[in-house]
Design a protein around this ligand. Sequence first.
Ligand SMILES: Cc1cc2nc3c(=O)[nH]c(=O)nc-3n(C[C@H](O)[C@H](O)[C@H](O)COP(=O)(O)OP(=O)(O)OC[C@H]3O[C@@H](n4cnc5c(N)ncnc54)[C@H](O)[C@@H]3O)c2cc1C
Length: 323
Amino acid sequence: MTESAYNPDTASVEVDVVIIGGGPAGLSAALNLARARASVIVVDAGRPRNAATLRSHGFLTRDGVSPLELRKLARAELAAYPAVRVLDRTLATAVLPTDSEIGMRFIVALQGRSAGLPPAVAARSVLVATGIRETLPAIPSLRAYYGMTMFSCAACDAFELQDRPLALIGDTLDLADRARLIARWTDRLTVFTNGSDVIDTIEEAELAASGIAVERRPIDDLEGERGTVSAVRLTDGTRIGIEGGFVRPHWDPALDFLAPIDVDRDEDGHLVVDGSGRTTHAGIYAAGDAAAPGPQQLIVAAGQGARAAAVLVQDLIGVRTAH
Ligand SMILES: Cc1cc2nc3c(=O)[nH]c(=O)nc-3n(C[C@H](O)[C@H](O)[C@H](O)COP(=O)(O)OP(=O)(O)OC[C@H]3O[C@@H](n4cnc5c(N)ncnc54)[C@H](O)[C@@H]3O)c2cc1C
């Protein structure tokens, strides 16, 4: 493995792996790559998807930890490995292929304000761990409740809301299925299609048979205070009392920086990977929410990062399977 080295000719730093994204997927990959004696640069814009929430659930040994604390713990562990350098508040703006087939195969262009930030980093391999961007339903005060009493991930947050009157708000075709899932935690669920017709009459009858109400009228806003939602207010003035709920955002992996690379994406834009995190472009790997099949959880992202790291090291050496 190469030492991290500054190359005055190209004014760039050379490393084995550039990891784009410093969430659980990227940091877990960095830890495992460092332990395999790879030189690593983690580039992180510092805008994690779960920043809205105060507590993260379901991460073994860290159930209920704040997202910030989880990142701090991970960063403290990485600090023990000099082969890893983290570039904070830095954006990877482009990944460009080079002519080299086995050496530095990629140049990663950077943008940020940190003193001494190189304009670019050259890498043998790149791991994309940039998560996803989410667009919430257009309800004026939704952000005030999101991460407090309104969430998007049932596995992450439904346990804390169980047995309460809940809302599910969305306009995606999987809304009825998500309703059936959330009904596992409450028998007082109302699905708000917010004026869209994503639930047909057959599905509505099936949901009704399971005790799930469907409300088709458009939403004016949510009501409540200090992050605690108390009602959904419809445009005709009707108020439907709730004590929490879920929304179905639109998810978009923001991967414009990969435009110069020919790599397969699925219909939702996620990077297509094999079971080990290899994308369809040699030398480019993906882990966490940016990789198909889509949004998951912190511990899953961390696991995918570790798995991609192991395979990446094998690929750098030229060994196919040496688990
Ligand atoms: C409100 C909410 C609550 C949640 N609660 C839970 C929970 O309780 N339990 C749970 O397991 N999961 C929870 N999740 C899901 C969890 O946050 C994600 O599954 C997890 O963060 C995915 O990790 P990741 O490393 O793939 O991406 P992220 O954690 O999103 O990290 C990606 C990082 O990449 C950076 N980045 C993006 N683009 C670039 C670029 N071009 N250059 C440099 N850096 C870039 C971002 O700024 C970010 O820091 C929650 C999500 C939300 C929205």
